[in-house]
Design a protein around this ligand. Structure first.
Ligand SMILES: NC(=O)c1ccc[n+]([C@@H]2O[C@H](COP(=O)([O-])OP(=O)(O)OC[C@H]3O[C@@H](n4cnc5c(N)ncnc54)[C@H](O)[C@@H]3O)[C@@H](O)[C@H]2O)c1
Length: 444
C-alpha cells in the first residue's frame, strides 16, 4: 500500500465541546465525562475510550486501545459549553431529563451547575412543540450568526481553551430540503442578510462554526452539512464537517441485521418499525414536520443496503414503515419493535421480531464524545469538508455529492479504523489475508 505521511498537530491545551442544545443527550454526555474523570463511572459505548484495533499483521499480536496510538484529546482536557432556549444550567437540565440517577447527579452537581446555556438562535417555524426565553435577537440572520461566532470566541477565551468542536444536540427541526439559497456560500450569505425564511437555526450554527474553523457534527436529522454551501465553506475554511443523525437504537440494529440478510442473499418483503418514546425529543418528533426529517434519515438505510438495482428478485418490493409515537410514561427509555418479513430458498417465508428496550441518551452520549474527539483529530490532521469516515456514527451518513453513502456498520467501522491507521502511518488492513498462505499480495 502506498502511504501518505500525515502530520497531526498534537492535542495541546484544552478542547471545548460546544453543543447547540443542552437537553437529554448533551447533559448525559457532560455528566458522563465528569463522572469518568472523577473515577465514578466507565465510558462504555465509546470507541475513542474503550475501542481497540488491530495494528499490523495478525501474527504481530498488536491489538491496542485506540486512544493509546491515536493522538486524541484527553478527557481531562475537555470543557463543555452549549446553547439552549431554556435558561436551566446543565445540572437542572439533567435533573429535568431524568436520564441519570439523581444520586449520580448530586455527586457531580458543582461541575454540572457551572455549565450555563448561552442564548440560542431559535425560530418557532422550525420547531413547533417547544418555546423558551433564552433566545437571541438580531435584525437579521447574519447578525445572529455573528453573535454565535462571538459566543465561540468568548467561550474559548473565558475558559482558556485552545480549540473547539461543535456537535448539534438540539431538537429536530421541521424537514426543509435545500433551496436556491443553499447552493453556494455567496447565496447563503445573501440569504442570511435578507432573512431568507428557508435558513434554519441549525444552519446558522453550522455556518458560524465553520466560519470560526470549528469542526461541526450534526447529531440530528436537520438538513445542514449536506448542503452545497456548507461543503464549499468547509473547504474554504479548511474545517471538517460530518452528519447526520446519531445512529443509536433501532437504526443501529438495522445496519447490523440488514447487511447480514443481504450477505446471505435472503429476500425481504417488509420491515415494520415502530417506537414509543416519552422524552422531549419524542414530544418534538410528535410534530409531523419534525417527524418527516426523522423519517427521511431512518428510511434511507434499508433502501441503500437492500439495493433493488443490484438484487431485483430479493428487494424490489420491500414495504418499509417507520413510526415513532410520543408516549410520556416511558421518558427517555424508548421501546422499539421491528417485524421483518423475509424469504429464503425457493421463496419460503419466515419472520424475525426484534424488541429493543433501550435508553436513548445512554446510547447517544458516547457517540457525541467520539464525534467530538474524532472531529478534533481530523482538524489537527488537516482534513477539511465532509468526513465520510465518521459514517459509523450516523443514520444518514453524508458523503461527497455523487458518492453513495455506506450504511453497513461493519464496513463503516473498517473505514473508521483504516482512517485511524492511515493517520498514524500504520498498515491499512484489507482482510485479504493471502500472505499468510504464501501468496504474494503485491504490496509495496
Ligand atoms: N438520543 C438518541 O438516541 C438520538 C438519536 C439520534 C438523534 N438524536 C437527536 O439528538 C437531538 C437531541 O436529542 P435529546 O434527546 O437530547 O432532545 P432534548 O429535547 O432533550 O434536547 C434538545 C434540546 O435542544 C434545545 N433546542 C432546540 N432548539 C434549539 C436551538 N435552536 N438552539 C439551541 N437549543 C435548542 C431544546 O430546548 C432542548 O433542550 C434530537 O435532535 C434528536 O432527534 C437523538
Amino acid at each position: 500500500m502506498t502511504k501518505q505521511k500525515i502530520n497531526i498537530q498534537p492535542p495541546k491545551g484544552k478542547l471545548a465541546i460546544l453543543t447547540p442544545g443542552m437537553g437529554a443527550v448533551a447533559t448525559t454526555l457532560y455528566a458522563g465525562v465528569i463522572a469518568v474523570n472523577k473515577g465514578i463511572s466507565k465510558p462504555i459505548g465509546s470507541h475513542t475510550q474503550m475501542g481497540k484495533m488491530r495494528l499490523g499483521k495478525r501474527t504481530e499480536n498488536r491489538y491496542t486501545l485506540v486512544k493509546d496510538v491515536v493522538p486524541l484529546a484527553n478527557l481531562k482536557d475537555v470543557v463543555f459549553g452549549g446553547w439552549d432556549i431554556f435558561p436551566e444550567n446543565a445540572y437542572e437540565a439533567a435533573s429535568h431529563a431524568k436520564v441519570l440517577d439523581q444520586n449520580l447527579l448530586e455527586q457531580i452537581k458543582p461541575e454540572l451547575s457551572q455549565i450555563k446555556p448561552m442564548k440560542a438562535v431559535f425560530d418557532k417555524n422550525f420547531i413547533k412543540r417547544i418555546d423558551g426565553s433564552n433566545v437571541k435577537t438580531g435584525k437579521n440572520k447574519m447578525e445572529l450568526a455573528e453573535a454565535v461566532r462571538q459566543d465561540i470566541r468568548d467561550f474559548l477565551k473565558n475558559n482558556h481553551c485552545d480549540r473547539a468542536v461543535m456537535v448539534w444536540c438540539g431538537s429536530t427541526e421541521v424537514y426543509t430540503p435545500a433551496t436556491a439559497v443553499h447552493q453556494s456560500v455567496k447565496s447563503f450569505e445573501e440569504g442570511l442578510r435578507n432573512n431568507d425564511p428557508a435558513i434554519s437555526p441549525s444552519q446558522i450554527y453550522t455556518y458560524a462554526a465553520i466560519k470560526e474553523r470549528v469542526p461541526y457534527a450534526n447529531g440530528s436529522p436537520n438538513v445542514s452539512v449536506e448542503m452545497p454551501c456548507m461543503n464549499e465553506l468547509a473547504q474554504e475554511m479548511k474545517t471538517p464537517i460530518s452528519g447526520s443523525d446519531f445512529k443509536t437504537g433501532q437504526t443501529l440494529l438495522k445496519t447490523v441485521l440488514a447487511p447480514g440478510l443481504r450477505n446471505r442473499q435472503i429476500g425481504v418483503a417488509g420491515w415494520y418499525s415502530t417506537n414509543i418514546l416519552g422524552n422531549r425529543d419524542g414530544e418534538v418528533l410528535d410534530d409531523p414536520g419534525s417527524f418527516k426529517a426523522k423519517e427521511v434519515t431512518k428510511s434511507g438505510v434499508l433502501e441503500d443496503i437492500f439495493s433493488k438495482e443490484h438484487y431485483p428478485e430479493l428487494y424490489s418490493n420491500i414495504s418499509h414503515v417507520v413510526r415513532i409515537n410520543y408516549y410520556p410514561p416511558r421518558g427517555d427509555n424508548k421501546e422499539g419493535w421491528d417485524n421483518i418479513d423475509i424469504f429464503g430458498w425457493l421463496g419460503y417465508p419466515m419472520q424475525i421480531k426484534v424488541n429493543f428496550l433501550c435508553r436513548d441518551s445512554i446510547l447517544a452520549a458516547p457517540l457525541v464524545l467520539d464525534l467530538a474527539l474524532y472531529s478534533d483529530l481530523a482538524s489537527r490532521a488537516g482534513m477539511k469538508g465532509i468526513q465520510e469516515w465518521l459514517s459509523f456514527y450516523y443514520k444518514a451518513p453524508v458523503a461527497k455529492q455523487g458518492l453513495k453513502s455506506e450504511h453497513d456498520l461493519s464496513v463503516q467501522l473498517l473505514k473508521l479504523e483504516n482512517t485511524l491507521r492511515f493517520f498514524t502511518n500504520e498498515e491499512i488492513i484489507n482482510h485479504l489475508g493471502l500472505t499468510y498462505y504464501g501468496v504474494d499480495e503485491g504490496e509495496e
